[in-house]
Design a protein around this ligand. Structure first.
Ligand code: SF4
Length: 213
């Protein structure tokens, strides 16, 4: 798999796009998807001043079925201003998982759509986290933030009342920090989030962050 990394000080385009090829194409015999990656650099001060709105987001988090069940998610996630204080800026990294028409027609119910997501979107999120954990090593003192709940274990230890099994690898979910997420992704990455309650939208987006001093 070809990866392109950017180092501090190196010029990066405001949005870097790569179209998925073979690596994103095959999942199951009849399920196909494509990926598109976009990266945008943003200062921590801008993120906090323009997009941080913790109170309503915290309330919305309580409606999530994973609330209180995964150590990467609320309650217990630090305040964004405290957590990001050591960092000057960061990259927002978005991976669009695009479902072609032939895949969308397979999602005839919410359950089937979830099954397809488990084979596509969830896999992409896991690979994104593993890639960012590697990339983090290039930024001493930096830290990445995951795209959604931690999925390193199939069953989070929190559900059994136990401590995180991999505290050094676990990263908080970017959606847990109280940002106005849809507006942030629209403004900074130019991506509109889509929903399709009973099937698959045209695409899902996994958004993560990598922050450095
Ligand atoms: S590493 Fe495992 S135990 Fe820790 S938060 Fe992630 S899923 Fe839960």
């Amino acid at each position: 798999m070809h990866r392109r990394y950017w180092l501090p000080g190196e010029e990066i385009p405001p949005a870097v796009v790569t179209s998925g090829g073979k690596e994103g194409e095959l999942v199951m015999a009849s399920v196909k998807y494509d990926i598109e990656v976009q990266v945008s650099r943003v200062s921590v001060s801008r993120l906090l001043s323009e997009y941080w709105n913790p109170d309503p987001v915290r309330e919305a988090c309580k409606l999530c079925p994973d609330y209180g069940k995964v150590w990467s998610c609320p309650p217990g996630v630090p305040e964004a201003d405290d957590y990001l204080k050591p960092f000057r800026e960061g990259f927002l990294i978005a991976v669009k998982v695009k479902y072609p028409e032939e895949t969308r027609t397979l999602a005839v119910s919410a359950a089937k759509a979830q099954e397809i997501r488990n084979q596509t979107y969830e896999k992409v999120k896991r690979n994104l986290l593993l890639t960012l954990l590697e990339l983090e090593k290039e930024f001493p003192g930096g830290i990445c933030i995951g795209a959604g709940r931690c999925i390193l274990c199939s069953h989070c230890a929190r559900q059994d009342g136990e401590s995180c099994r991999y505290p050094k690898l676990r990263r908080y979910s970017i959606t847990a920090f109280g940002f106005d997420f849809a507006r942030m992704v629209r403004d900074l990455l130019g991506i509109e989030l889509l929903w399709s309650p009973d099937g698959l939208p045209e695409y899902d987006v996994a958004v993560s962050g990598l922050f450095y001093t």
